[in-house]
Design a protein. Structure first.
Length: 205
């Protein structure tokens, strides 16, 4: 069994009818978190749904008001309390929950874009700071059934990150500057949390 099949099997064992489970997929920018989350969800079909942490990015106007626009993606550029509250609601599974979605093409979150009905047994959530051990992020670890940390080869991660920035309209120079600047500063914070994961995955594709 290859690594992807192993991950699908782990997820499938948690996706039991009548029981709400939550898997967190953590990793640095460009690690492939959303790609893996969506790939596992696609295999499980209606048994799983993906909810991203990035839907809790503060709006660009608010980042500019706070003077944090140049550090977009850092822990204090998210509505962390809002994300923790959402995960608590998903854990309680008392009815349909609507989650936000981050649109990379406009660099803004869209409210109420993802519906999570109570009959969906597995929620897969992905983001940078799921394992960060500082308030309020530190409350998340106990709410997840499992957390997988994605840690690909650093050169591959950086290449994908630059390619993503280019795909969304940045010039080659701007993409490199973002990847090696604020993105790398955030990556170092994330990479330091890997030891809190249930499973560290270096390669799954």
């Amino acid at each position: 069994m290859d690594m992807f099949d192993t991950l699908v099997d782990r997820a499938a064992r948690l996706a039991r009818d009548g029981h709400r489970a939550i898997i967190g997929i953590c990793g640095a920018p460009g690690a492939g978190k959303s790609t893996l989350a969506n790939a596992v969800s696609d295999v499980l079909g209606k048994r799983a749904i993906v909810v991203g942490m990035d839907g809790f990015h503060l709006a660009q106007a608010e980042l500019e008001r706070l003077g944090r626009a140049e550090r977009k993606g850092a822990p204090d550029t998210f509505d962390a309390d809002g994300y923790v509250h959402l995960i608590r609601r998903l854990r309680a599974n008392a009815g349909t929950v609507y989650a936000p979605l981050f649109r990379r093409d406009i660099e803004e979150p869209i409210a109420n874009a993802v519906a999570v009905p109570p009959e969906t047994p597995l929620v897969i959530t992905e983001g940078n700071y799921l394992l960060l051990d500082e308030p309020p992020w530190g409350e998340l670890r106990a709410l997840f059934d499992e957390v997988w940390f994605i840690a690909p080869d650093e050169s591959d991660r950086m290449r994908r990150l630059v390619e993503r920035h280019r795909a969304y309209g940045r010039s080659a120079d701007a993409a490199l500057a973002r990847a090696h600047g604020s993105d790398q500063a955030n990556a170092e914070v994330v990479l330091a949390t890997a030891s809190r994961a249930d499973l560290v995955v270096s390669r799954w594709e």
